[in-house]
Design a protein around this ligand. Structure first.
Ligand SMILES: [Zn+2]
Length: 333
């Protein structure tokens, strides 16, 4: 079991605001990935406004955690020793820094009913929101709050939504068990059934509901404003500040259905893909280290292409349009 290394940040931190009137229990998180700083900037802006009285909490409990992974944040990288937003669960025998973060974060999440988790992404593209599953009583991710997530997603100020996360990961995990890549610890993590469990999935497993907002490219100067607007709109929608519920806007929904791993560090893309680029059936997406072509199995959109992915980890995803939100007035992609 690994103790905390003396070179690591010595503590974790969150800030709690309690209104005089009961209401929702909301937690907003930033820098779950240490190089995604827009959420930290936006959360600190909200903290300053709460302290100055420019924002007034009128109901409920608000917990703000601007930097969830302080070591990765100090290092300016996605994770310190691994990706915190995978295999997220408390553990009695922490093996790496992210295990210590999880042991602080998971009980904190469980004290709340709603999570807004603020991220940014690698390649250029528009902001989008991750929805959880539809209501279901299946084994993978049973859920009963889809309507709440959809209603909030429509008010965050973005036009695009993505679902299908955990089911797509389950597919990737099943494949990795057949063809493991990497060292023993990495293999164990990559092939764990909980591999796809990050902050929002953990929140749902505890009876809550949650959205991940991807606010733009890491360095996009507009991303902190996207994050800030989403926090304020969430507070208004939940009745936690004295502001009208924002008008819902149409969302175009894409469902992830396929994940393709890098198998070798020398696997490479055929071109610089941008998230939501269209690919036609049979189109060459990239090639393996041995020269074998990786082609689209069907007409799709390519999502989260990551040329820097490590062997054994997700290289890109495929998504297709979903009519899930049409009943609520969403546009079909
Ligand atoms: Zn992220």
């Amino acid at each position: 079991m690994a103790e905390m290394n003396p070179a690591w940040p010595a503590s974790f931190s969150s800030h709690r605001y309690q209104a005089l009137t009961d209401g929702p229990r909301l937690i907003v998180t930033g820098a779950v990935h240490g190089n995604e700083t827009c959420g930290a900037v936006a959360i600190r802006r909200v903290m300053a406004q709460l302290e100055q009285g420019a924002l007034r909490l009128v109901a409920g409990r608000l917990t703000l955690a601007p930097v969830v992974n302080p070591l990765a944040y100090q290092l300016g990288q996605r994770g310190a020793e691994r990706n915190l937003n995978r295999n997220l669960a408390p553990t009695d025998s922490p093996q790496d820094y992210e295990d210590h973060v999880a042991n602080w974060l998971c009980p904190l999440l469980a004290e709340h009913e709603v999570l807004l988790d603020l991220h940014s992404f690698q390649s250029p593209g528009q902001p989008f929101v991750f929805l959880g599953p539809r209501d279901n009583d299946g084994a993978l991710e049973p859920f009963a709050h889809a309507a709440r997530e959809e209603a909030l997603a429509r008010r965050l100020g973005v036009a695009r939504a993505v679902d299908g996360w955990l089911a797509t990961y389950a597919l990737g995990v099943a494949r990795r068990r057949q063809a493991p890549v990497g060292g023993a610890r990495q293999q164990a993590l990559n092939a764990d059934a909980r591999y796809g469990v990050g902050t929002t999935e953990y929140m749902r497993s505890q009876g809550g509901w949650a959205l991940t907002l991807e606010c733009g490219q890491h360095a996009d100067p507009a991303a902190p404003d996207v994050a800030y607007r989403a926090i304020v709109n969430t507070l208004a929608h939940l009745g936690m500040i004295a502001a009208p519920d924002p008008a819902p806007r149409p969302l175009t929904l894409w469902s992830l259905y396929e994940v393709v791993d890098k198998q070798d560090d020398a696997d490479r893309f055929a071109r610089d893909w941008v998230s939501f680029d269209a690919v036609a059936k049979g189109e060459r997406i990239g090639q393996r280290a041995d020269g074998a072509a990786v082609c689209a199995p069907a007409d799709a959109r390519i999502v989260f292409p990551n040329p820097k992915a490590q062997a054994g980890q997700e290289w890109f995803y495929l998504a297709r349009p979903s009519d899930r939100l049409q009943a609520m007035g969403g546009a079909l992609a």
